[in-house]
Design a protein around this ligand. Structure first.
Ligand SMILES: [Zn+2]
Ligand SMILES: [Zn+2]
Ligand SMILES: [Zn+2]
Ligand SMILES: [Zn+2]
Length: 263
């Protein structure tokens, strides 16, 4: 019996396990940290059985207790469907985290710029540009009821020696029609003869050979009715020897003369 006790003491002193692991009820020591967990990475701790010396290790989960910086935009968001990105960094573990920045739901359009003017009847063209992404947009420009397209001037009434003519131009919309006068024609008149000689007592006829459109004879006049007379139709009658001048006066006031010598 004494011998047996001695043997047991020797086992305890030398700390030699004499009980197999499987049978041990384990009396665990305190945990000892091998590697401390950080915010980004897990650590590890271990403990030993005081009886059988078995080792047990446990993972210490990451604390996730990051010290984040403010978010910093790394990709600027664009319009409509081009999203951006921002990032923050843990000052403790150096880990980073990213998140999406939603795109702007609409373009930031400039005012419309007319590139082709509208008229009263035809649509023009206008453009605008996104101030953010530069995208271009274009559309028909609204009709401009005050911008008529006038035709070329067209003569509707020719001018004459006595009256002005008329020109017109209009827009297809039918709302506008402009009129302007064409000045009267410069009247001219020419007689069939510029001098004539007649025997006393005889008759002769002179006539207007050329006149301006619209003009007509107002009257015939003799400078000396004692030598030669003239009727309203231009018939001359030589009355007495001498010379006289026959003048035709037109309605326009154009005049032509014929020198008459009565023999
Ligand atoms: Zn044990
Ligand atoms: Zn961290
Ligand atoms: Zn845009
Ligand atoms: Zn018009």
């Amino acid at each position: 019996m004494k011998k047996k006790l001695l043997l047991l003491s020797a086992f305890v002193l030398l700390n030699i396990p004499f009980i197999s692991h499987a049978e041990c009820m384990h009396d665990w020591g305190d945990y000892r940290i091998i590697e401390a967990a950080t915010c980004g990475e897990s650590g590890e701790k271990e403990r030993y059985c005081k009886l059988c010396n078995e080792r047990e290790s446990v993972i210490i989960p990451a604390t996730n207790n990051h010290k984040w910086s403010d978010w910093v935009v790394t990709i600027q968001p664009g319009c409509v469907d081009s999203s951006g990105e921002e990032q923050r960094r843990c000052s403790s573990c150096g880990g980073t985290e990213e998140r999406t920045i939603q795109p702007y739901p609409r373009h930031d359009w400039s005012e419309w710029t007319i590139t082709e003017k509208s008229t009263c009847g035809d649509y023009g063209w206008m453009e605008r540009v996104c101030k953010r992404c530069g995208e271009k947009d274009s559309d028909f420009a609204p009709l401009d009821p005050s911008n008529h397209v006038l035709s070329e001037w067209e003569t509707v009434e020719d001018p004459t020696a006595l009256y002005e003519g008329t020109q017109e131009r209009s827009c297809d919309c039918g709302l506008i029609c402009e009129e302007r006068p064409i000045p009267k024609l410069k009247a001219k008149v020419k007689l069939s003869k510029s001098k004539i000689s007649i025997k006393s007592g005889k008759s002769a006829k002179i006539r207007v050979k050329q006149k301006t459109r619209g003009d007509y004879i107002k009257k015939w006049k003799s400078s000396n009715k004692n030598i030669v007379s003239v009727t309203s139709s231009g018939k001359l009658k030589a009355l007495k020897k001498g010379t006289a001048t026959i003048t035709v006066i037109m309605e326009s006031n154009a005049k032509a003369k014929c020198k008459v010598t009565v023999k």
